[in-house]
Design a protein around this ligand. Structure first.
Ligand code: NOJ
Length: 550
């Protein structure tokens, strides 16, 4: 009897451990908000928390249930908030800590959740930590929060050498940065430190240990204020000289285990871009960008003939897919690979000639029928356009075009702000017919209403949901139409997509189904005809369909 009891307890413990992802993640749909560009309420031309709060009804109406804010902390804004001065304080431009707590409370009342952006790898060079670390006395509390060296060896690999910044500080001549010079890397230590390199401290040295505790404090501070988790900026960057990332994965394993134990309902999302590694490190989600399917990272300048989502219909799908599927397969059942509709670092899906409702609906059908939690970048649901050649704002560099303020209605500054136009954070789309929430809200055929309907359709289906299985059915080298299946138990859907401006058809090995019927999409003329040996799928130009298999 006693033995059976012990066995039962052990089995139960194992089951609980394996089930560590919060249940709500299964239905989570994220909405990413770049706070400077969403809604300005105090009329200074920059978005704020109270403004965003005033738009929660709208956010919820889309069918999303979790808000991710890009950094809200006190910042020098030399990299749009990713250069944090004080991790424990909301930047006054956005409001106060109390405003954020109010926002979280309101979201929670609606059954929504809120996650923040945790810039774990570097602070601003204007933070008190860095200021103290620069001092000649290297025994101060923050002295070893950063990586300092007196001499720069000339045999550093180019990638590493480019990260050394000449500071001529009393402490030492050089520090190591993460991204811009104004973003000194926090010191989490080096994998296999070289004894001849005194700046390479071990992971267990007191500086790296103190930085790790600080990170945990920041997490505790905001979790206790009610946030539901974090997206961790440059999560792969923490430990230096770690080419296979094994030390960084090991560090995250410890941190995520600590977090999961303390906050079983909390989530940690990596910005790692290698889901296999991130999920091994214990993250719940990592991103895999749709990059080459929509444009290169070259700001929408890639020749359309190679872009998959283009009317030319001559694009490449296979290259993107091969890496995607590797990550999907190695993480299935353990965590999510999320392909966001866009983000603050990449051109939007509405770029250049891919800018009309039908094309964007096909793109959305793809992005919102993939497994893993969907992430909608604010404005993508109305087809907010990438605006090329805008000046750099607060370190946006070439990224201004995807950070333009939200377009709400036809009033001044599209309802984003009452400030004079020259005070607006980033210039908005100058087109008099620019998309707005107000116009699309009342148009049943708008992209916004399509996205709402698609998310509602997805929410009702386990197969199309975050945990439904994904399988490519069509030929990835002949990807027009693109055909894949989503399955959960006996529930099955086939998705067929055709971004090209020609009607296309494909034959696939028969699924031997009694019936396959069009259930949702952009064009009811899409058809699926089951046959004895092959099934025939027809998709008219620029169309997408979701077929139910019965
Ligand atoms: C990734 C962020 O998404 C990006 O906006 C930022 O510039 C870098 N990390 C540096 O923090």
């Amino acid at each position: 009897m006693k033995k059976i009891l012990i066995l039962l307890i052990t089995l139960l413990t194992v089951a609980v451990q394996a089930q560590k992802r919060p249940e709500w993640l299964k239905k989570a749909v994220f909405y990413q908000i770049y706070p400077s560009s969403f809604q300005d309420i105090d009329g200074n031309g920059i978005g704020d928390i109270k403004g965003t709060l005033s738009r929660l009804d709208y956010i919820q109406s889309i069918g999303v249930n979790t808000v991710w804010f890009n950094p809200l902390f006190k910042s020098a804004f030399q990299d749009g908030g990713y250069d944090v001065i004080d991790y424990y304080l909301v930047d006054p431009r956005f409001g106060t800590n109390t405003d954020l707590v109010e926002f979280i409370k309101d979201a929670h009342k609606r059954g929504m959740r809120v996650i923040l952006d945790l810039v774990a790898g570097h602070s601003s060079d204007q933070s008190e930590w860095f200021k103290q670390s620069k001092e000649a006395d290297n025994n101060l509390h923050y002295s070893d929060y950063y990586i300092w060296a007196q001499v720069k060896p000339n045999d550093l690999p180019p990638q590493e050498a480019s990260k050394w910044v000449e500071a001529n500080a009393p402490r030492a001549k050089y520090y190591v940065k993460n991204f811009y010079n104004s973003q000194p890397a926090l010191n989490y230590g080096y994998a296999n430190p070289n004894p001849n390199h005194p700046w390479e401290q071990s992971i267990d040295a007191s500086g790296p240990q103190a930085v790790r505790r600080e990170l945990q404090n920041i997490i505790l501070f905001w979790m206790e204020k009610g946030v539901d988790g974090f997206r961790v900026d440059m999560a792969a960057s923490l430990i230096k000289n770690d080419p296979d990332k094994s030390a960084t994965i090991a560090l995250w394993k410890k941190l995520t285990a600590w977090f999961d134990k303390k906050f079983p309902e909390g989530v940690l999302i990596a910005e790692w871009f290698n889901p296999t590694q991130a999920i091994e490190g214990g993250f719940d989600i990592d991103f895999y960008l749709s990059g080459s399917l929509f444009s290169s990272r070259g700001r929408g300048t890639q020749t359309p003939s190679r872009v998959y989502f283009d009317k030319a219909g001559t694009g490449d799908f296979a290259t993107w897919y091969k890496t995607y599927i590797g990550h999907y397969e190695s993480t299935a059942g353990k965590g999510y690979v999320s392909v966001p509709t866009g983000n603050h670092d990449n051109p939007r899906i509405a770029t250049a000639t891919r800018n009309d409702g039908p094309q964007l609906k096909v793109a959305m059908t793809f992005l919102l029928t993939l497994p893993g939690a969907p992430f909608i970048y604010y404005g993508d649901e109305i087809g907010l356009k990438f605006i090329p050649n805008l000046p750099s704002i607060e370190g946006s560099n070439v990224r201004s075009g995807e950070r333009t303020p939200m377009q709400w209605d036809n009033t001044q500054n599209a309802g984003f702000s009452t400030a004079p136009i020259e005070k607006i954070y980033i210039q908005q789309d100058p087109d008099p017919n620019r998309p707005t929430v107000a116009n699309q809200d009342k148009d049943p055929s708008s992209l916004l209403n399509f996205v709402r309907a698609l998310l509602a359709f997805r929410a009702k289906s386990e197969a199309l949901g975050n945990d439904g299985e994904f399988k490519m059915i069509g030929d990835i080298n002949e990807p027009y139409p693109l055909i894949y299946m989503r399955t959960k138990g006996n529930e099955k859907y086939i998705i067929g997509l055709n971004p090209s401006d020609k009607p296309v058809e494909a034959e696939i090995t028969t699924l031997n189904s009694v019936r396959v019927k069009y259930s949702f999409g952009t064009n009811e003329k899409c058809s699926y005809k089951p046959g004895k040996t092959v099934d025939k799928i027809k998709i008219p130009s620029v169309s997408a369909a979701i077929f139910k298999v019965q």
